[in-house]
Design a protein around this ligand. Structure first.
Ligand SMILES: Nc1ncnc2c1ncn2[C@@H]1O[C@H](COP(=O)(O)OP(=O)(O)OP(=O)(O)O)[C@@H](O)[C@H]1O
Length: 281
């Protein structure tokens, strides 16, 4: 044995002293972190902290002016077949599409991670099998013939997840998949993603504003803010001292009833965005 790691051993995501900037704004500065194989990582931080930008950098859309980000040992680049991506904002699908056509549209449209020789009509049987596979994975085979505008938010979310799974990615980037879902549906989505990642052995980065639905499922949490990032187990990262240092404002972490409440005080405008404490949730 040479002892040299093969690309197959490389972690799903690795940041080596990476800097991310959007315009004048520094999203991350000199950040180093490694997402282990098969990990479910909750990505948290206040509005505008850079959660979406971080995912877009992993996709190769946001440039990395300093340092390096690699995905399974290779520098990031557009059209990486290893990544499945569910963006935060979705174009509204044509109401007459049924579930199957909705997924087929992603198969034939521009998406992340598909082999570039996939063209409409060229591989019909393979396409049909791939659509069946992802519908089955997300438990949405029964939605295949239903019009998309008759589906609930949670059902549509399943189809979006199915789209992200096209092409057998080894890394899933899910940008706020719980937005606009009630707590019950949110937990269903988290449980579904967890089942899929265990079944396929893939890593997941899952951004959210509330870490509670991810408790008991996520292996690690990645907090971003003020140009820095902290990745680690929940008990190590979600603490008053760590988050206060990360955000430069007093942050209190309260554990009660199996839930975690992160409360920022002080006058910092960003701190008020940094409220995972939402009464009634
Ligand atoms: N295309 C863009 N052009 C200019 N600024 C941008 C662009 N995309 C994002 N930004 C800015 O970069 C910062 C990070 O945005 P990003 O969407 O990554 O944050 P976020 O943590 O995902 O926020 P939220 O929780 O509100 O979705 C914000 O200040 C945002 O206004």
């Amino acid at each position: 044995m040479s002892g040299i790691a093969s690309p197959g051993d490389a972690p799903p995501v690795r940041f080596d002293r990476a800097t991310l900037r959007i315009g004048e704004r520094t999203i991350l500065s000199d950040a180093s972190l490694t997402v282990p194989a098969g990990a479910f990582v909750g990505v948290l931080g206040p509005n505008g902290a850079g959660k979406s930008s971080l995912m877009r950098a992993i996709l190769g859309i946001v440039p990395v002016p300093d340092g390096r980000i690699s995905v399974f040992g290779r520098p990031v680049g557009r059209g990486n077949h290893d990544i499945g991506y569910m963006p935060q904002f979705q174009a509204r699908p044509a109401p007459r599409l049924d579930g199957r056509s909705f997924i087929a549209a992603a198969l034939h449209g521009e998406r992340w991670g598909l082999p570039c020789d996939w063209r409409p009509g060229r591989h019909r049987r393979r396409d049909a099998a791939e659509i069946d596979r992802v519908l089955d994975l997300v438990g949405a085979t029964h939605l295949a013939r239903r019009p998309i505008d008759h589906l609930s938010g949670g059902e549509r979310q399943r189809l979006l997840l199915a789209q992200a799974l096209l092409g057998r990615p080894r890394l899933l980037l899910l940008d706020e998949p719980l937005a606009s879902l009630d707590p019950h549906r949110a937990r269903d989505v988290v449980a579904l993603v967890d089942r899929i990642r265990r079944r396929l052995g893939i890593a997941v980065l899952f951004s959210t504003h509330d870490l509670n639905p991810l408790l008991g499922v996520m292996d690690m949490v990645l907090y971003v803010g003020r140009g820095a990032a902290r990745l680690g187990p929940v008990d190590e990262v979600v603490t008053g001292p760590v988050l206060s240092a990360l955000y430069g404002t007093p942050v209190e972490v309260i554990r009660a009833g199996g839930r975690i409440f992160v409360v920022a005080d002080g006058a910092d405008a960003q701190a008020s965005d940094f409220s995972i404490f939402e009464p009634g949730r």
